[in-house]
Design a protein around this ligand. Structure first.
Ligand SMILES: [Fe+2]
Length: 342
C-alpha cells in the first residue's frame, strides 16, 4: 500500500503535524533486520601515502607542527573525518626536534611505531619509546605529548575513536602549556611497574580501576617474542590481544588492540562482527577478502573491516603481521557484541 492511499492517511498527517510519528509506518526504517555499514572496505597504500609525508614535513607551517597528522578519510562519510564507523586512523610525521605540545582529552587513542625509532611519547609523566612495533596508549584524560629526539624523520600510525566520542557529544579537550618544560623531563617512571608479565607490585592501598590499562607502553620486541613462542591456531594464524594487566580485559574501555601473524598458504576463517576494525600491515605481503572486495596489501598499508562484513586474511610472504585496532569493547560492554564465522 502506498503511503498516499492508506485509510489512515489523515490520522498520520495529523499526528505528524503535532510532532508524533506512528510506528506502523516507520518500523522498517528504524528497526533494520541487521547492521548495514555505510562504508565499503577501503585500502590506503603506503606507497601512495609516502610522498605526502615528505610534503607535510616540508610544507606544514611551524604553528601547526604539533598536529602534523594526516587522517585516512573514507568518502562514504560525506566529507566527515572518519576512517570507518567510530574510528579514525592516521599517520603522524615529526622532523628531528619537533614537539607536539601536551594535551589531554576524552577521546581514546593509540600509537604504533612503524618508522618512529627516535620518537618518544610522554604519557602522564612517563617516557614511552616508539621503536618498531611498539604500542603506546594515550587513554582518556591522560596528558600526552610527543617529541622526535632522533636524527631522522619519524612516522607512526595513530588510531582514535574521535567519531564515536563526537557522536556521543562527550568530547572534552584540555590544552597543555607550550612552556611547560618539566613535562618533557621525565623517565619511564611507573611504567617500570608493568614490565614483568605475570608480576604485579603489591599495594596496601586499594586502587580504583580507571577504565584503562595502567600500563601504557607495550614494546614490540616483547610482542614478537610471544608470537614466536605461540602455537598456531587451526587456520594457521597466531593472534594475541593486548590486555590491561589488572583486569585481563581490553587496554581501554572503548578500544581494543590485537596483533595477528599470518603464515603463507593458510587463510584465516572468514569472520564478521558487530564492531569495526582498522588493520595496519606491520610486515609482509598478502591479501584480505573483505565483503565483496579483495584487498592486496603490503607493508604499512592500512585497510578497514567495517562492521558486519565478512573478512578473511591470507599471507603471500612466508609470514605477514597485522596490527588491528577496533571498537569491540564498546559493543562488549553494551551487550551488542556478535561474532559469526562462515
Ligand atoms: Fe591527543
Amino acid at each position: 500500500m502506498s503511503p498516499t492511499d492508506r485509510p489512515d492517511r489523515e490520522l498520520i498527517d495529523a499526528l505528524e503535524a503535532a510532532h508524533y510519528h506512528p510506528l506502523w509506518t516507520r518500523y522498517r526504517a528504524i528497526t533494520p533486520m541487521k547492521p548495514a555499514a555505510r562504508d565499503n572496505p577501503m585500502l590506503w597504500r603506503w606507497r601512495d601515502f609516502a610522498p605526502f609525508t615528505e610534503r607535510a614535513a616540508r610544507e606544514v607551517p611551524i604553528e601547526d607542527v604539533e598536529r602534523r597528522a594526516i587522517i585516512l578519510a573514507h568518502p562514504a562519510f560525506g566529507g566527515a573525518t572518519v576512517t570507518t564507523a567510530n574510528l579514525i586512523a592516521a599517520f603522524t610525521i615529526l622532523e628531528p626536534g619537533d614537539h607536539a605540545v601536551p594535551h589531554r582529552h576524552t577521546t581514546a587513542a593509540i600509537r604504533f611505531g612503524t618508522r618512529a625509532a627516535g620518537a618518544v611519547t610522554l604519557v602522564n609523566g612517563r617516557r614511552c619509546a616508539m621503536n618498531e612495533g611498539d604500542l603506546v596508549l594515550t587513554p582518556p584524560m591522560c596528558w600526552h605529548g610527543h617529541i622526535n629526539e632522533g636524527r631522522e624523520r619519524t612516522v607512526w600510525f595513530d588510531a582514535a575513536n574521535i567519531p564515536f566520542i563526537c557522536g556521543m557529544d562527550a568530547n572534552f579537550f584540555e590544552p597543555g602549556s607550550r612552556g611547560d618544560t618539566a613535562f618533557w623531563k621525565v623517565d619511564e617512571g611507573d611504567e617500570r611497574l608493568y614490565t614483568g608479565s605475570g608480576l604485579e607490585a603489591l599495594r596496601d592501598e586499594p586502587h580504583g580501576l580507571q577504565g584503562h590499562s595502567p600500563k601504557f607502553h607495550y614494546p614490540g620486541d616483547v610482542t614478537r617474542r610471544l608470537l614466536d613462542a605461540m602455537p598456531r591456531a587451526a587456520d594457521g594464524q597466531r593472534s594475541l590481544r593486548y590486555t590491561n594487566p589488572e583486569t585481563g580485559g581490553p587496554v581501554m574501555a572503548t578500544l581494543d588492540c590485537q596483533y595477528t601473524r599470518l603464515v603463507a598458504g593458510a587463510t584465516t576463517r572468514a569472520r564478521r562482527a558487530t564492531h569495526n576494525a582498522v588493520c595496519l600491515v606491520v610486515s609482509g605481503d598478502g591479501y584480505s577478502e573483505v565483503g565483496d572486495e579483495r584487498i592486496e596489501w603490503h607493508q604499512h598499508d592500512v585497510f578497514t573491516v567495517p562492521h558486519w562484513t565478512l573478512a578473511a586474511h591470507t599471507a603471500r610472504s612466508a609470514e605477514a603481521d597485522l596490527f588491528i585496532v577496533s571498537d569491540r569493547p564498546v559493543f562488549e560492554a553494551l551487550g551488542l557484541l556478535r561474532v559469526e564465522f562462515e
